[in-house]
Design a protein around this ligand. Structure first.
Ligand code: SF4
Length: 322
């Protein structure tokens, strides 16, 4: 992973949920989110199923916590991984169905186990004791109400790590607004620039519209990544973009949108580790890696646009596995 720049902005601020907890607002927010499960519109699919009654929508999860892994992840971007690693919580299920998903057993096939909020709280506290720098929620959109129940308990017991919201970027602005003060660091994807590519790759032509609206809402809340004297992020937003073969990711257009909408201070993580997984082997051009030329063109677009904050990420040694 090649670091471009790391601004030095010191901060000793407590995570946002710590402040909300003191005002009783964290419990109120958790209750409001839980109520949303009664007719679920947590993501842009707006299935309107009663998950409290055990029904499931596209994401195939009811009102229980379904978690695939809780672990220390050392391979996130340096301001997130630091020296102690990022404390990842991999939620099972997903609001998208990307044909190349590297974690498809977790996202599409329900691999995971039911945890109580108390169990997840204890696991997050264990991560804190192991010295991770944050709690990194991987694909959390459809399980935010369940996670918040655990967060209320963990915060009472002394959890004090920033919350990272690591999302596909397929989000509702309404939900992002409800997360204000709870999420410290937004880590969204910008996956596509065209509705056709989004439909081909993940079955949702509205991805681009919903994604861009959500990115703007996150940016208004969090702004650029804030990194302390030790090089660790405690607030802000870092946008990820995976370069797909055959131009499917619309990399120049995605980066141009970030430059235009967020400005030069936007933090971008440009990733080149795509490999065919899940259904992609049967769907050219997704049946191959991005070529060296395609990666070079993506890097050139990044530099041409003056987006200097962030990373050009080489292949993750974990191969995308939790
Ligand atoms: S979170 Fe799940 S049930 Fe709710 S709207 Fe999205 S896909 Fe449907």
């Amino acid at each position: 992973m090649l670091s471009l720049t790391v601004p030095d902005v010191s901060s000793s601020q407590a995570p946002g949920y710590w402040v909300l907890r003191r005002r009783g607002e964290l419990r109120r927010r958790a209750a409001a989110f839980r109520e949303m499960l009664r007719s679920c519109e947590l993501c842009p699919r707006r299935c309107r199923v009663d998950r409290l009654a055990g029904r499931t929508g596209f994401c195939r999860t009811d009102a229980r916590l379904l978690v695939a892994a809780v672990s220390v992840h050392p391979w996130e971007e340096p301001p997130l991984a630091g020296t102690g690693g990022s404390g990842t919580v991999f939620f099972s299920g997903c609001t998208l169905s990307c044909v190349y998903c590297q974690n498809y057993p977790i996202s599409q096939m329900g691999v995971g186990r039911i945890l109580t909020p108390e169990e997840l709280a204890e696991r997050m506290l264990r991560l804190q004791r192991r010295g991770v720098h944050n709690i990194n929620l991987v694909t959390p959109t459809h399980q935010i109400p369940q996670f918040l129940e655990a967060l209320v308990i963990a915060a009472e017991e002394g959890l004090r790590l920033p919350i990272v919201y690591n999302t596909s970027g397929y989000e509702r602005v309404h939900v992002i607004r409800m997360l204000e003060g709870i999420v410290d660091i937004y880590l969204p994807d910008i996956k596509f620039a065209s509705p056709e590519a989004a439909r081909f790759c993940c079955g949702r032509s509205d991805y681009v519209l919903q994604n861009r609206r959500a990115l703007l809402a996150m940016w208004r809340q969090a702004g650029p990544l804030r990194v302390n004297g030790e090089g660790l992020a405690d607030r802000g937003m870092l946008v990820r973009h995976l370069v797909l073969p055959g131009g499917l990711s619309g990399t120049p257009e995605c980066l141009a949108f970030l430059r235009r909408a967020l400005g030069k201070s936007a933090w971008v993580s440009l990733m080149d580790q795509y490999f065919p997984a899940y259904k992609a082997h049967r769907m050219p051009p997704l049946d191959r890696r991005a070529s060296e030329e395609e990666i070079r063109a993506a890097l050139e677009a990044l530099w041409r646009l003056g987006l200097r904050n962030g990373f050009a990420q080489e292949t993750c040694p974990c191969g995308g596995e939790p």
